[in-house]
Design a protein around this ligand. Structure first.
Ligand SMILES: NC(=O)N[C@@H](CC(=O)O)C(=O)O
Ligand SMILES: [Zn+2]
Ligand SMILES: [Zn+2]
Length: 433
């Protein structure tokens, strides 16, 4: 049993002010202006842990619909266990893993084995996203019916774009019938081929071949049209280019069933922030120009961009030590997401705290059909306590993730998750406080 005193409460939709919150039997028992400890029956009082909020923020546990857990096949980069620990440290209680593993998550056996492994970890809920095509080869569709039975929450060939429009059309048609969201990694391979970073001034300066924005935007436009024709729900992953945002805004106005996500790195950086030729700055899609960044921020604040997703993509230090040309694409993000966004967007008055929190809780829950993402009496107690005043330098040595490939190393950030609770149990507590 836990009693939070005087926490600043965000209920999933809005900041509702200072409250006391009582957690009992996995559930949120009471939310009141003042819960008197004396009112708690003596026989259970000894089990009560009182946490003095001192104005700290209590929110629904964060939800991340885009995480690479690397298991099976790439356990040297991350495992379900280390990824779940990293999630808890970042305040996430629900994550969804992408299928670009080895084997690819394209069969019910792989889904079941991931779920079984996740179940014996720290309590973070791990959901599977299965591949659209067998082995993510872009050719034959996986068995959507069987995969849905196995409990997947969406389909995606993340890591690669589905190049063939006919394959994509068939996928949208089946997914629409089964009501499964399709998550698009929008990338036209011939247009992106051979590139390592955004095709702009910075790439020229470094003498590195660029990836043009069109490699993303043409696929966004194509898949809006295909999803519209099939009446499917299309969700675009990790948006990077201003043109993509423009097409999505238009599609939403037309009433097409489209949603999308943006990562912290694409919101707070542009290619001028790539200070050195280091693999930690390499990600796909690439960090683009300042105008793209500004467009992403305003579309995020206005809700055209629905949610935050980290695209947590761990790689080994050895792999990332080969410079921008020689390293694999991807950045870790679970442990820094909130602090990065709070420091660089909220404290700088570019995005409101409410909007940021909605985009990490109730909005992803709504889009992907999770029951959590809100705080309400009798609801499951999946929570995060955030110290909005805490300042800390990002030090990858302290990450729970095996991946140390963060572009934020050395940044001094404010606003850190300090306690994560799943079904009433504290699964992570920051011992420094
Ligand atoms: N984002 C990345 O740069 N890399 C991801 C793949 C992906 O998300 O497309 C990875 O799996 O490493
Ligand atoms: Zn991707
Ligand atoms: Zn990804």
């Amino acid at each position: 049993m836990i009693l939070f005193k005087n926490v600043k409460l965000f209920d999933g939709h809005s900041l509702i002010g200072e409250r006391d919150v009582l957690i009992k039997n996995n559930k949120i028992q009471l939310i009141q202006n003042d819960i008197d400890e004396q009112s708690i029956p003596m026989d259970i009082l000894h089990e009560l842990k009182i946490i003095n909020g001192n104005g700290k923020l209590l929110a629904p546990g964060f939800i991340d619909v885009h995480v690479h857990l690397r298991e099976p096949g790439f356990e040297y980069k991350e495992t379900i266990e280390t990824g779940s620990l990293a999630a808890a440290k970042g305040g996430f209680t629900t994550i969804c893993c992408m299928p670009n593993t080895n084997p690819v998550i394209d069969s019910i056996e792989t889904v079941q084995s991931i779920k079984a492994k996740a179940a014996i970890n720290n309590g973070v809920s791990v959901n599977c996203i299965a591949a659209i095509t067998v082995s993510e080869r872009g050719e034959d569709l996986t068995d959507f019916v069987a995969l849905r039975e196995a409990g997947i929450i969406a389909l995606s060939d993340d890591g690669r774009g589905v190049q063939d429009a006919k394959v994509m059309q068939d996928a949208f048609m089946q997914a629409a019938e089964l009501k499964i969201p399709v998550i698009i990694h929008a990338e036209d391979e011939p247009l992106a081929k051979g590139g390592h970073m955004h095709a702009g001034e910075k790439a020229e300066e470094l003498g590195i071949k660029g990836i043009p924005s069109t490699s993303e935007s043409v696929m966004v436009a194509r898949d809006i049209l295909l999803a519209e024709a099939a009446n499917a729900h299309v969700h675009f992953a990790h948006l990077s280019a201003k043109e993509s945002v423009r097409w999505i805004e238009h599609a939403k106005k037309m009433g097409i069933n489209v949603t999308c996500e943006v990562t912290p790195q694409h919101l707070v950086m542009n290619d001028q922030d790539i200070l050195e030729d280091h693999g930690n700055f390499k990600v796909n899609p690439p960090i683009r120009a300042r105008e793209d960044q500004n467009q992403l921020i305003s579309a995020f604040q206005s809700g055209i961009i629905d949610i935050i997703a980290t695209d947590h993509a761990p790689h080994s230090e050895e792999e990332k030590s080969r410079g921008i040309k020689g390293s694999p694409f991807g950045m870790v993000g679970l442990e820094t997401a909130f602090a990065v966004l709070y420091s660089k967007l909220v404290l700088q008055h570019k995005v409101s705290l409410e909007r940021l929190l909605q985009a990490m809780t109730s909005r992803p829950a709504e889009i992907f059909g999770f029951k959590n993402g809100i705080i309400e009496p009798n609801g499951e107690a999946n929570l995060v306590l955030v110290d909005l005043d805490k300042r800390k330098l990002v030090d990858a040595n302290n990450f729970a993730s095996k991946g140390k490939n963060s572009p934020f190393i050395g940044w001094e950030l404010q606003g850190w998750p300090i306690m994560t609770i799943v079904s009433g149990e504290i699964i992570h507590e920051d011992k420094e406080v």
